[in-house]
Design a protein around this ligand. Structure first.
Ligand SMILES: *Cc1c(COP(=O)(O)O)cnc(C)c1O
Length: 319
């Protein structure tokens, strides 16, 4: 089913993704209008920002007549799941270089990826951290040429894809909001919003990982893509709950309550922390009264199954 440009293929994707108005006492009190950009609804397997980041990479891979995609990720990675599904739909073989050892049975993320035809190469954590470029070269010697996509999918083509969020929202609102809020891991989505906005509104970035490395990461993605620097964005770094995949009961309660109240599923790794942060920041008065906020739902819901399996069915809201 090789359909990158076909009519059929366009219809498999829910684009433009809906913009959902959220109504709540807290928002009413501050006269804030808040929308969620539902990129989680773009596609059941290639969800959210992973579709936006893959789009132009898939096109480039086709143009280069590559048959294989090679990429990197952790064992629960949304990007791994999305790349496997995209390969299956668009007719690429997929190789996933996975951080850590093979654990059997496969967790839900890798199981799904394998069902979509992805082949795995497991590498130790140190090697994974330090030698991705060498690993890619070695594997291409063995397997033949591959189109290499970085961990998390963030490169300049990903920035280009994510920049399209802005034009979509602008058309849906017939205006630009005062703020965009987005979660970040490798920073491609945040960089896309910033360049797409061309300085029109402020982007508040809520990192899911500890450490300020993401500041440089986002700035360099922006620079590589546009050759410019922008200052209409900021990091809100105090909602990572101790680091990537870390959580506490407060976060779990928030996600269960939020999901039940707004009939909106959020994930514990990225969007749960994002919405927790946004709600707290609204309470603290960090957003102007009377403003309009668009929060990007970047998807990632496939991760809930693995999270519940690891930690014991903590996310148990009924939609
Ligand atoms: C991958 C992912 C992110 C992080 O996106 P980056 O572009 O890597 O910053 C955020 N939210 C979800 C749900 C994701 O899967």
């Amino acid at each position: 089913m090789q359909c990158l440009y076909s009519y059929f293929c366009r219809n498999m994707f829910n684009k433009p993704s809906p913009l959902q108005l959220i109504e709540d006492e807290l928002l009413a009190k501050r006269e804030i209008t808040l929308f969620v950009k539902r990129d989680d609804l773009i596609h059941p397997q290639i969800s959210g920002n992973k579709w936006r980041k893959l789009k132009y990479n898939l096109r480039a891979a086709k143009q280069q007549q590559q048959k294989r995609l090679l990429t990197f990720g952790g064992a629960y990675s949304n990007h791994i799941a999305a790349t496997a599904a995209a390969g299956n739909i668009f007719g690429f073989e997929t190789i996933g270089v996975i951080r850590g050892e093979l654990v059997k049975p496969l967790n839900p993320t890798l199981d799904l990826a394998q069902q979509q035809g992805m082949k795995f190469v497991f590498v130790g954590r140190k090697e994974y951290r330090e030698e991705k470029a060498e690993i890619a070269i070695r594997l291409q010697d063995e397997l033949g040429s591959c189109y290499v996509i970085p961990e998390g999918g963030s490169n300049t083509l990903a920035v280009k894809g994510c920049a399209e969020i802005v034009a979509e929202v602008q058309e849906q609102l017939d205006d630009v909001p005062d703020y965009f809020c987005v979660s970040s891991g490798t920073g491609g989505t945040a960089a896309g919003l910033v360049v797409g906005l061309a300085r029109m509104s402020l982007v508040k970035v809520f990192p899911a990982l500890k450490g300020n490395f993401i500041l440089d990461e986002i700035n360099s993605l922006i620079w590589e893509f546009s050759g410019e620097s922008y200052d209409n964005w900021q990091l809100i770094s105090n909602y990572n709950f101790g680091g990537y995949t870390k959580w506490n009961q407060q976060l779990i309660d928030f996600i269960n309550d939020f999901s039940a109240k707004f009939k909106l599923q959020i994930d514990p790794i990225y969007t749960g922390k994002l919405f927790y942060g946004v709600w707290n920041e609204i309470e603290k008065g960090s957003f102007k009264d009377n403003s309009t906020i668009v929060v990007i739902h970047t998807g990632g819901l496939q991760g809930i199954l693995g999270f519940n399996q690891r930690f014991g069915n903590l996310l148990n809201y009924n939609l």
